[in-house]
Structure formats: structure tokens, C-alpha cells
Write a protein of this length. Structure first.
Length: 311
């Protein structure tokens, strides 16, 4: 599957409308040279399908290349339909899609004019895997690519941690254990115990970052500030109670206080979300107990494996 580059847009300052520069160098680990959104993060380059812009303009939008803040406009490829992990090649440059869509925090002029904006749902973001020059008129190719590793987001919920009053040990411990087990930890995030913020981040990781697994730590107790289970249930499509039941049952063999944990496990689309306690000791014990089994569950969720009887 291929497309044709219709515009290469940049702006040297954030918040300023991008302009078509027709050609630019894309640098590994950074993004587009001369563009303010480059950096060592997962949203180095933004892409938008020319066909979607054209259809939007036919409704009277009157937008030009770069008006949505996009770096690359490509005809013939529907970026929003591609899964995270898809790779694109244009000349020597190789891009890997890292996020589908984005949250719109404040409506732009386009939205105020049209009552709609396509960038939050149609725009995608990528990181640069290989240096190269991209110019208008060049062919962009969708590479055959299978994401081999399960992708994971780790979310630590702690008021004191978010305020810098306590060092987060549980989040890095989860990341270390998963990395050793062959998972790819794409995001490690620390938030205060705010339900709306937690829900937003769970949605972002599941829907836009499209991780296979989200593991949260903290906020599962009886304190009035412990609202991780409520936030998790609020974004769930389906429940997966057996995982949390197994964690509590195993933890009860270690301490009777395990019965006080309110952690839940759910499914949102193609993502499994599991709550862990905040204690590093409890995290290590609980994760070690379920780690040999959750990989198969993720494969079933992704459609890579069939249900099977317990061994």
C-alpha cells in the first residue's frame, strides 16, 4: 500500500500555524528538522491523510496544508485506520506510528468555524526510526510489520508522588519486571488521585496509544482519595474479574490485609487494564503471580490465539 506526499509542513514555534516547506530532513530520535514539535518523545511527527482534508474542505472548511498543525499530508493512505506500530517508509526515512488521534484541550479556529475538526480523530503521530529526506511528490509506503512484543503502559496513582513528596518505586518496579519478561513498556506516568485525570489517561493509553496492557499501582485501598477502581470501571467495556480475584487469593496467603484491596481488572477495546496495590512488595508478589498467564489473555484479546482449557 502506497501514497504520495502532498505537503511537508513546519513551524519553528509551538502554537504557530505550520507552513508547507516542500522538503525537510527527518532525524532519528528527534523528528522533523526545524519544527518546534521535534524531541525525544513519541509524538515527533504528525501525519494527516490528504483525502480526509479534501473531504473536509468540500464541506466549506477552506483549510490549507499545515492549518491542523500536521507535518505530513499524504494522499492514498488512511493513517487513522492503521494500528499503532505500523511503519511507513519514504525514501530512506522510516516512521513508526505511535498514537492515533489526540485529545483536543481547546477548540481551534477551524472547529469554531465548522463545529468540527478532523485532526483529533484522523491525525496520527509517529517517531522517526531512520534518518531521511522527505519531499512533496515522493512515494510513501506502508511496510508489512507485525508488533511482536506486547506494549504496556504503567500508571502510578499517588498524591504524594505527584507532588514530589515520595519517590515512585512501584511504577519502575513494574516496568523492570515486564521488560525482563519480554514486554515493551511504552509509557510510565505518575498522576495524583484525581478520577477525571485517571480516566483521561486510561482512555489515552488504550485508544490513542493502543497499548495491549495497562497496569496501575496505587489508589486501591479504603481511603477517600483511593479512586483508582472507580476510574477504571468508568472506562471499561467489559470486566475481567478473575485476574484481580487471583491476585487477592494469592495475597491472602501472605497477609490477611489483602482482603482490603479493591483493585479491579477490566477490558477496554483491545486493552487489558489491571489495578495493583501501591506497595512495591505487594506489586512484586502480585505481578509475579499473574505474569505467566496474562500474556495468553492478551493474545486472545488481540485475536492472536484461541481460548483453551486450563493446563
Amino acid at each position: 500500500m502506497t501514497g504520495i506526499v502532498k505537503a511537508v509542513c513546519a513551524s519553528e514555534v509551538r502554537g504557530v500555524q505550520k507552513k508547507d516547506v516542500t522538503s525537510a530532513w527527518f532525524q532519528t530520535g528527534w523528528g522533523m528538522a526545524g519544527d518546534a514539535h521535534g524531541g525525544g518523545w513519541h509524538r515527533q511527527v504528525s501525519l494527516l491523510s490528504y483525502d480526509k482534508v479534501k473531504a473536509f474542505n468540500e464541506k466549506g472548511a477552506g483549510v490549507s496544508h499545515g492549518d491542523f498543525g500536521e507535518n505530513l499530508v499524504v494522499e492514498g493512505l488512511d493513517f487513522s485506520a492503521l494500528p499503532v506500530g505500523s511503519r511507513l517508509r519514504c525514501g530512506l526515512c522510516v516512521l513508526e506510528i505511535t498514537q492515533i488521534g489526540k485529545e483536543c484541550h481547546s477548540h481551534c479556529q477551524i472547529y469554531h468555524k465548522m463545529g468540527d475538526c478532523i485532526m483529533p480523530r484522523e491525525g496520527v503521530f509517529a517517531r522517526v526510526l531512520n534518518d531521511g529526506l522527505i519531499s512533496v511528490g515522493e512515494e510513501m509506503e506502508l511496510l508489512t510489520h507485525t508488533v511482536a512484543k506486547h506494549r504496556v503502559g504503567v500508571l502510578t496513582l499517588s498524591d504524594k508522588g505527584a507532588n514530589g513528596e515520595r519517590k515512585d518505586e512501584s511504577g519502575p518496579l513494574i516496568a523492570e519486571m515486564l521488560t525482563k519478561a519480554g514486554y515493551e513498556v511504552t509509557d510510565q506516568i505518575l498522576l495524583a488521585d484525581n478520577q477525571a485525570a485517571i480516566e483521561n489517561e486510561l482512555i489515552n493509553l488504550a485508544d490513542r496509544r493502543q497499548v495491549d496492557l495497562i497496569l496501575t499501582t496505587g489508589g486501591t485501598g479504603f481511603s477517600r482519595r483511593d479512586i483508582t477502581p472507580e476510574a477504571t470501571l468508568a472506562v471499561a467495556d467489559r470486566l475481567a474479574p478473575g485476574i484481580s480475584e487471583a491476585i487477592r487469593a494469592y495475597s491472602m496467603t501472605i497477609t490477611g490485609r489483602a482482603m482490603l484491596s479493591r483493585g479491579v481488572s477490566v477490558l477496554r477495546g483491545g486493552t487489558l487494564i489491571v489495578n495493583f496495590p501501591g506497595s512495591p512488595k505487594a506489586v512484586r508478589e502480585s505481578l509475579a503471580h499473574i505474569l505467566p498467564h496474562i500474556g495468553h489473555g492478551i493474545e486472545i484479546l488481540r485475536g492472536d490465539a484461541r481460548e483453551c482449557a486450563a493446563e
